[in-house]
Design a binder for this molecule. Structure first.
Ligand SMILES: *Cc1c(COP(=O)(O)O)cnc(C)c1O
Length: 424
């Protein structure tokens, strides 16, 4: 165990005094991680049930990913795209074959991936669909979370995310999530001006909202009928989190690219981030086929760090871990176990309304108002009992542990949650 001379309280004070107050963390200061566990500076061990918002699907400090990082860091880290590097081409071949697309555009953070997808979509709208310049619209969903840039928050419905950050980027049309009729109505009314439909296959930040069984398939069909790009933001849901390689894979665990599977709906544009690096390094990617990606020409988009050799080496290792350790299958199995245990708990308490989710992206809804402190206080108690989770939207607690968890560990975690709730 790493030793440190600071106490949690001192370190919290430092962040408080010198850092912008743009987050409200649980008062736990972590200094070490290994697999499903993290430790605080006092040496207390916790199960991590956030996984850095699903960036650490492969578990903390996975040795294969860390080795890839260390090896590549000693060779070459950054060249910029002014030159070729010896890692990028191999990574691009690997990641496109892995997800079943013809081309990839590499970026760093999730928000950059979404921005990239928006730019590609608009340009495609003008150059391929023939939308009059400046009039392209993109349909988005209420309660979405796609990141924090000025354009992305322009189409957020969260007053905290949006308030006083205007003027806002125009060109976005909001419909309620999981509402096919609303999608159909917009497309019928102004489909000739619509370039894309951007959505999360499960809304994570909003509180883990799973759409109806046929929503993704039917929405894709509508988009196809109106020549509108179907753009899946799988930054949180992708890479085995929901029990398949991608949430758009439906109920398939073949570890894709799975175009033969009846449940798979291939997006026109796929956005990935977070677990693409196993949480080791910021790596995001936008995937599409040639007829879409070819609208981007030299000089029209880029990033100094995008596609750097370190990112490429880390991402290849991270994706290999997902396949080799069958993380999608494990997420599916443990997810069923988790929801079964939570449903049993719900029968014993009035504190929880329901559990929902898919694979290991789940949430419980606490029986109190979103303004109440109940969910926060439960998370404080969970931390005390050795399990870290964070409320979202006041009365919802998201549970998303690393996917490398064992069945025995999951039972122990459910025991902790049960004990905490029943003693609250
Ligand atoms: C986290 C997230 C993003 C933003 O990713 P950053 O790396 O934080 O910029 C975008 N979309 C979804 C669905 C996310 O969960």
């Amino acid at each position: 165990m790493k030793t440190t001379t600071y106490l949690s309280s001192t370190l919290i004070e430092l962040e408080d005094n010198y850092g912008a107050h743009n987050y409200h963390p649980l008062p736990v200061v972590l200094s070490k991680g290994d697999g499903v566990y993290v430790w605080d500076v006092e040496g207390k061990q916790y199960y991590d049930f956030l996984s850095a918002y699903s960036a650490v699907n492969q578990g903390h400090c996975h040795p294969r990913i860390i080795n890839a990082l260390i090896e590549q860091a000693g060779e070459l880290t950054l060249t910029s795209r002014a030159f070729y590097n010896d890692q990028l081409g191999a990574y691009e071949k690997f990641v496109t074959e892995y997800f079943g697309f013809e081309k990839v555009l590499p970026m760093n953070t999730g928000a950059e991936g979404v921005e990239t997808a928006i730019k590609i979509c608009r340009k495609w709208g003008y150059e391929k669909k023939g939308i009059p310049n400046g009039e392209a619209k993109i349909i988005i969903c209420g309660q979405n979370f796609h990141g924090r840039t000025t354009t992305i928050i322009s189409f957020s419905s969260d007053p905290d995310a949006k308030g006083h950050f205007g003027p806002y980027t125009p060109g976005f049309h909001s419909i309620p999530y999981n509402d096919l009729e609303a999608l159909k109505a917009v497309l019928q009314k102004e489909g000739d001006r619509v370039a894309g439909f951007l959505f999360e296959p499960i809304q994570g930040e909003a509180g883990v909202f799973v759409p109806d069984e046929d929503f993704i398939r039917a929405a894709a069909t509508l988009c196809q009928q109106h020549q509108v790009l179907f753009i899946a933001d799988e930054i949180q849901t992708g890479i085995a989190r929901t029990g398949s390689l991608l949430a758009v894979c439906g109920n398939c665990t073949c570890q894709g690219p799975c175009e033969r599977q009846a449940t798979y709906t291939k997006p026109d544009i796929l956005i990935l981030g977070k677990a693409l690096s196993g949480g080791v390094y910021p790596v995001s990617a936008v995937l599409a086929d040639n007829h879409i990606m070819e609208v981007i020409r030299p000089g029209q988009h880029g990033s100094t760090f995008g596609g750097n050799p370190l990112a490429c080496a880390v991402a290849v290792a991270a994706l290999n871990v997902v396949k080799d350790e069958k993380l999608a299958q494990n997420a599916r199995h443990l997810g069923e176990l988790f929801r079964m245990r939570m449903n049993r708990l719900i029968e014993k308490t009035n504190l929880i309304q329901l559990v929902r989710g898919k694979g290991l992206l789940n949430a419980i809804v606490i029986n109190d108002t979103p303004q109440s402190k109940t969910a926060w206080n439960i998370c404080m108690q969970l931390a005390e009992n050795g399990l870290l989770a964070k409320p979202t939207h006041g009365n919802i607690i998201r549970f998303a542990p690393p996917l490398v968890m064992t069945e025995e560990q999951m039972h122990e975690c459910c025991d902790i949650i049960e004990r905490t709730i029943l003693n609250y």
